[in-house]
Design a protein around this ligand. Sequence first.
Ligand code: B12
Ligand code: SF4
Length: 462
Amino acid sequence: MKILLVVYDNEMYINVFPTGLGYIAAVLKKSGFDVEIYNQDLHHYPEEHLTRYLDKHHFDMVGLGTIGGYFQYKKLLKISEAVNKSKNRPFYVLGGHGPSPEPEYFLKKTGADAIVIGEGEETIVELAKALAAKRSINNLDGIAFMERGKAVVNQRRPLIKDLDLIPFPAYELFPMYFYRLLREPHCASGDFVAPMISGRGCSFRCAFCYRMDEGLRCRSTEGIIEEIKMLKTNYGITYISFFDELLISSIKRTTELCEGFIRAGLNIRWTCNGRLNYAKPKVLQLMKKAGCVFINYGIEALDDEVLRAMNKCLTVEQIVKGIEATLKEEISPGFNVIFGNIGDNKNTLQQAVDFLLKYDDGAQLRTIRPVTPYPGSPLYYYALKNGLLKDCADFYENKHINSDLLAVNFTDMSDKEFHKALYDANQKLIKNYFKNKTKTSLDEARRLYMELNVNFRGFRQT
Ligand code: B12
Ligand code: SF4
């Protein structure tokens, strides 16, 4: 049985290694299936190329995973059209955060034969085995499929309890020489970067966040270290970007992980996502010692009522204390702020701008984006209930046209006032960023010419 897994083109200079698809490829390969990766991202192939490729080569199954971004949605429709056009069309399966919460809509819209809902490793193997044996797929847990023009959504499959039982992503099938060029905050010119996940899920339930699978599961420290060592040896990786929602899921867990990294002498730099309620001096010191250079924090808002309304389980006091502690340990904080949550107004936006200007360390251009009620999130159901959204089609086809523009307005401001307020806020942040950049570049020029800095490597180095 031959399976083609498609990595869609994000149309960016460099794409992120598709971890989810890497896991899917690994379990299929381990189960004895013949897996090939189609890298639309690497070659920027037009969609017709995929149709021709499928026409020329025989595959029994073609798979694609997407998230629910507006860009990814449009891309998914184009790729689906390309698959459906092929004279040799294989069984077409979708997965990921995009289709999972609304499988019925995605089946009808894309013409896919099945959707794997949520965590995909066990379901895809069961599906492939059933197809290979020409057995019915109708009773498989964790899938949705079409039957006589109607979408059938089967019950969810229980989550994999022990994440250490899942093999590492099948890196060997992907062009790692390309993906390792990813740039992340504070990585050096010579660093090779790889994303990794240290666990799955999150123990919180913020209103705007779509949680595909319930709860939080962590990988063992030993398993993580083994994968890092393999990435260092096989692909020269020197910098790891932990992409899972919550590496800092507790002080105990973070301490264990950092002590493990130090004991193993990994000597890598790394970044992760974290929660400010756990950002305490002792654990931050240890993180720094273990190589952490950047922590991406979900701040979202600088107003306690807005934070409460979104069920963030954070206070402004915790945010300020956590950011100050992080900066004190000389770890760069990533500030993710969203505007337009229930209770937001011009004053709360101003508080966010003041905060971002006060604590900016120049590591990233920080702008504020509107909140988006992604399907499956509590905010999406709130929007449906309150008539702000009609349905999934309304979200994808009419409202979610660009993630920097309003999809649904949850504030008392008009849409025009909302965009003007965001423009004013982001104008200040952009000006501040470039003012600091100008200053650092001029400082470098002064050191070069006035102090004859022989270590200077050029203004255009990245
Ligand atoms: C890393 C990451 C990114 C990276 C890169 C993602 C990538 N490589 O594609 C970057 C930073 C680029 C990114 C961007 C965005 N992201 Co993002 N991102 C993530 C994050 C934190 C981790 C993804 C990951 O690697 N997960 C680990 C792997 C193992 O899980 P997985 O990918 O889901 O794969 C599993 C299943 O989905 C399934 N599966 C996946 N693919 C396939 C394919 C087949 C054939 C099958 C059968 C199964 C299957 O099986 C896999 C194994 O179990 C997730 C949160 C999360 N928990 O996943 C958010 C998340 C996916 N992102 C999200 C969003 C909204 C975005 C943005 C659209 C935000 C924005 N407003 O701009 C942007 C997109 C912008 C752009 N230009 O692309 C949302 C998606 C919500 C939704 N409904 O889709 C998430 C869930 C965060 C959240 N909770 O809100 N993101
Ligand atoms: S926004 Fe972050 S903390 Fe909140 S539920 Fe999502 S992953 Fe968890």
